[in-house]
Design a protein around this ligand. Structure first.
Ligand SMILES: [Mg+2]
Ligand SMILES: [Zn+2]
Length: 203
């Protein structure tokens, strides 16, 4: 009876979506939150969306930073985002054993485009997937969700978006929407009052 109802959720990529794309964010002070992100998250939160960050962080496997440093980076991000995301889920692995510290070599089920981080979110919280969205700047962010009944939004504020679009086209997984940035993505999401409701659940 007291079980919380499943909630519409926005699954957010980190680098190039929330903060400036750079090869690796190795220290909390290297993180630069993009313009308009805080306000965009506040609008989604006010509309009842839960917010979850899912991110590939192979820098852990590569030995560029450790899990404790990544936790400090996420603590800083969380503070800069006014504490709005409910969770930060990451893949610390790298598929190439030669590039990985022991214990972190892939292949793993959580590195995007695999959907292990979505499965983690599904275990950790109640998500109404048919009313949910995935937002990212990379093809792999959207490919992660190809078998999930969500809407997929590509933002153009990170990686070269034309390359990402070509990759998605080749994979026959085109975005439901392409937006300049997270602010525009939030506006589009909020303009979909029955978001996903007309889609048959895929799972
Ligand atoms: Mg990204
Ligand atoms: Zn992984």
């Amino acid at each position: 009876m007291s079980e919380a109802a499943a909630r519409p959720t926005v699954i957010l990529d980190r680098d190039g979506t929330l903060n400036r794309e750079q090869s690796f964010v190795c220290r909390p002070e290297d993180l630069v939150v993009l313009d308009g992100v805080r306000d965009a998250l506040a609008r989604l939160d006010a509309a009842g969306y839960q917010l979850v960050v899912v991110t590939n962080q192979s820098g852990v496997a590569r030995g560029l930073y450790d899990e404790a440093t990544l936790a400090r980076i996420h603590a800083r991000l969380h503070a800069e985002l006014d504490g709005l995301p409910r969770a930060y889920l990451h893949c610390p692995h790298h598929p190439e054993p030669q590039l990985s510290r022991s214990g972190y070599a892939g292949p793993c089920p959580c590195r995007k485009p695999a959907d292990g981080l979505l499965r983690q979110a599904d275990r950790l919280m109640r998500v109404d997937w048919t009313r949910s969205f995935v937002v990212g700047d990379a093809a792999r962010d959207l490919l992660m969700a190809r078998d999930w009944p969500v809407r997929r939004v590509l933002v153009r504020c990170g990686k070269d978006w034309r390359e990402q679009c070509s990759a998605l086209e080749r994979a026959q997984c085109e975005p439901d929407r392409i937006c300049d940035d997270l602010a525009a993505a939030a506006s589009w999401i909020l303009s979909c009052p029955s978001a996903g409701a007309e889609r048959a659940p895929g799972r």
